[in-house]
Unconditional design. Structure first.
Length: 226
């Protein structure tokens, strides 16, 4: 009996277009994970605390990891011959350990701003979170109560900025934002979920406002050290 030899087919190689498409998908994922929609908000917020806020948020992470050590350890580092060089770090001075701190209301405003922003994200993701079985504050409260809580955050932030920072424009913007969500919860969306197109429009509008208000935040510096 004659057995016919089986010819093994070589594995199909991944074509160059498929590899390129996969690489493009991975790059797109990384940029999406970095939340470009929040970049302008981050730059705007850091400009409120630092005169060179844009430079601060784009500076290498090493200055955050090692810079604090160089500032605090100035007493011991004055005897260290390695310090004061670009290779081993800076040598701190007493003047750099006693810089002005931002006022207390800046920290409070920052915390409340972060909480209301996170709550708004939960409101936008109500339906997807419910389907995934994820338990969030907005999911527990439901849409309308969560929006009223968001309005309360914005109102308190406006009062804080008006009474402590003495910035009428920023306070007016927060009041306007609270008023918008009052219309949202009472007349427009109510408990209806936002569509993807509506969410994209809201975030594009938010980024436009953040970009337009940057010169004022840099000029007023209402949340910076006094």
């Amino acid at each position: 009996m004659i057995h016919q030899a089986r010819v093994m087919e070589p594995p199909v190689a991944v074509t160059t277009p498929r590899r390129s498409r996969r690489l493009a998908e991975e790059i797109a994922f990384v940029f999406k994970a970095a939340r470009p929609g929040f970049w302008l908000t981050s730059i705007w917020f850091y400009q409120a605390e630092f005169w060179l806020g844009l430079l601060y948020v784009t500076f290498p992470l090493g200055v955050l990891i090692y810079g604090w050590n160089d500032v605090v350890d100035f007493e011991a580092d004055r005897f260290n011959p390695r310090k004061g060089t670009y290779l081993f770090g800076a040598r701190g001075t007493p003047e750099r350990s006693h810089v002005s701190q931002v006022p207390w209301f800046t920290f409070l405003f920052g915390a409340m701003f972060a909480m209301h922003s996170h709550l708004f994200g939960e409101i936008m993701d109500l339906e997807p979170d419910r389907r995934a079985g994820r338990r969030t504050l907005a999911g527990v409260l439901h849409a309308r109560p969560a929006k009223w809580l968001l309005i309360a955050f914005l109102a308190v932030e406006a009062v804080l900025i008006w009474t402590c920072a003495r910035d009428p424009w920023l306070a007016a913007f927060l009041v306007g934002s609270a008023g918008w969500f009052v219309l949202d919860v009472m007349l427009v969306w109510r408990d209806r979920p936002y569509s993807p197109g509506e969410m994209r429009l809201l975030f594009l509008a938010w980024n436009a406002v953040a970009l337009a208000s940057m010169p004022w935040m840099w000029h007023a510096a209402s949340l910076a050290p006094r």
